[in-house]
Structures are given as C-alpha cells and as structure tokens.
Write a protein that binds this ligand. Sequence first.
Ligand SMILES: [Zn+2]
Length: 454
Amino acid sequence: MIRTSTVRHRREAFRNELIGPTLAHAATQSRFYQEHLGPAAFKVKTESDLLSIPTVTKRILRSQPLDRLLTSAETPHVVQHTSGTTDVPFRVFRGRAEVEFIRQFFDGQFDPFGANGVRLLSLQPSYHGEGIPIPVATRYSSVNVMDEASGEQDIDQLLRESSSAVSGPVVITGLFHHVRYLTAKLLQRGCDLARLRVAGLFVTGQHVSARWKRILEETWGVRVVPRFSMTEGFGGAIYCEFCRSYHFDHFVVPEILAPFSDEPVVSGIGILHLTSLYPFVQLMPFIRYRTNDIVEILSTPCSERFGLSVRLLGRWDHAAILENRRGHYRVITPSPIFELLENFPVINTGDPYGNINGTVLVGVGNPCFRLEVEQSRPFRLLIKIELRVLPWLFSEVCDQIRAVVLEGLARELPWLPSELGEDSLQVEVRFFPPGSLGAFEPGAIPEHSSDEAG
Ligand SMILES: [Zn+2]
C-alpha cells in the first residue's frame, strides 16, 4: 500500500513541480495566453489550482495570429498537423528547445516492451508532418505506408527490418487505421505476420476497438498496446491490460470537465481537457485544452496507484446530445455503437485508402454511421448506418443489425427509457445504400457538427 501510493504521489509531485513554470511561461511569453489567463496564471501552483483559470478550445487557438499565440518568434523546429478527421486541420508548432528536451528526457529510458535492443518503426503519414524523435536503443525510422507513391517500397523496407535476425526485434507504432491498413497489405502479400521479428504494436490515436485489438494480437502474435495521443501538446494515456482503462502520462495534466459548464466531473462521463507541461511543450502552449474526447471515469484497482483511470467513448462532435426541458442533458457516445457495428461485414467501412495499385482492401476502415437527434418531444435518436449493399434487398440482415444495436444500447445506457422524465426517447435505426452518408474520413466517424461549446 505504501508503495502504490508513492507512485501516485510521485506523479502528482512531478506535475505540481512543473505546473507553475508552465503557466508562468505561457502568460509571460504568449500575448494570447497573457490576456486569456490574466494574473490568475501566476497563482497556479498545483494541479487543482487550474480550476481558477479558463479553458481553451481548438477554435479559440486557431483564431489567433501566430505572433500572438506562440511564445517566441523563432522558426519552428517541427510543424505537425492534425489530420482534420474530426475538424478543420490545425497546425501545431514545436521549437528546438522542447524537441531537444524531449530527446534528452527519454534518452536511454524508452523501453516499451522491456525488450533489449528493440527498434521502433513508426508508420508516419506525411499529412501529420514530422514526428518528434524519441530516442530508443538503436534507431527510429519512419515508414509511410499510407503514401501511394512510396507505400510499396516502405512495406518492403519494413519486411526487411522485421525479418533480419541480426538487427533485433522491432516495435511498430502507428495510428489505429494505419496499423490496420498495414496488416491488411501484408496479409494480402501472403506474409505470415507471426513469423516476423516484431515484439509488439503500439496503436496510437483515438479509440481502439476490442475486436481489432484481438484481431491484431492474433494476426501478429504479439501484445498490442493502445495509446491515446494527439498532435496537440505532448503526452497522452496508455491502455492498461490489468484494469482495462487508460492511465495518463505523468508529463501531462488531465482534467475531466462537464461538457457545457466546464465544472469538474468526479464520476461518470465528461470531456477530457489536457494541459501540456513545460518544458515538454514550449513554443505553442496547450493549457486546459478541450480535446473534445468523451471519457468515462472508472474506479479500478489501479486508480489508487495511477490516479485517473478512464474509458474512451469517442468524439463529442460525433455524439448525440439529448437536452430536456429542465436543462438536463444526456450524451449518447459513438464508440460503443462503433464496437457493435464493427461485427457486421455488410456495413460499409469507407476504406478510404482501399484502392491502392488497383487492389481493394475491404474492412480496414471504420463502420460508416451517424447519430442524429431530433429535439422534438419525444426525442428521436436516429442511428443512420450505411451498408455495402442495397438495404431493401437484405431486410433480414438489417433486422439483425437493428436488434443488436438496440440491445447493445439498452445495455450500455440503462438510463435510456426513463431518465429524461417526461421527455422519453424513441430510437430508430435506418439503413442506407453505399455512399449515401457522404465522405468518410480516415480514422473517424464523419462529423455532422463542429460543436466546440465551452
Ligand atoms: Zn490499470
């Protein structure tokens, strides 16, 4: 018991040590943050003091001229982009000092699977810009499997790297949909992935479904470690196999806040906000940044040891929000529905990179669906699902999917029938032919709103 609480206290002490300098740096060096945070910035000494300063959204940051937002006029050392899967693309700038600090901080201590001499192979898509080089035992190389022009050569290189007996095991890291794409490409070439010298897969980005985690583990014969991360700021959370939740890095401060009021949430669901700590992030600060990711706070056997434990439930932009007459609201989150729909191959998965060199890859994308709410009385929740086929020719399959979705929703959301009092809810599942729901971005359920309230 003494030992576990020490881990948590050490983590808190680390954050509290850096939180004051983080706020002071932003408020003195960035004109935007100076005005946005005001004098309260200089009174922040612990994580809990963050409650006294305002949150910030992507929309607010994007509206700022760079010379007001950034903390220095230096030429950015690294430029990264959010892919725009859930919003308009957004550029993130990093300075030389922070990249150098990160390199030194991790030097010699990055050993993700406890394997000696492990090499990291990163699936780095060009549209995300450059990566931050984190040194590992031997070397770090970027493989751009999503680039049509170089993709095939990159896959050859990856096969060479992971087949060589001399160079030791490889850990592959990449966004969820890139790892799925790579897996499909290799299987298509007839590779036995379990024979490659791959020690593990780090699957980064957003929600990793249980089904795909299992498929990847079975296909590659290795551990798959989902990691929540984002381009904005530095640091995220790692999936814990033991308690089946995500725990946050010690170099980032997570807060779970109510979606409309920004009040702290102590149980149930809320919106994840992150503060990136100085000196890990310097040129472009992210302070109480609303990620728009919906998370559920869990009480797990690890909570005492690691602090916050959460489950990822998908993007706020993709959720259905029900508001009743008394101003109460309920959220129907996309990830549980995503997990249910993934089990039906007849559901269109968009497969945005599916047609490369004339070869179509089926099933590596995300199920195409949208949640829509009609704020009528009673509420009507529409779950629109796109099939690969004409739905009216497959009514039995549609009935089957509808039953699974309704049953799954009732299980996931026990409050569904009664919680909103007089405002009861009707759920309707509707099916559409291929292409009806519009363009689908990689790695995301298509957006129908760009709500960044708060
Ligand atoms: Zn855990």
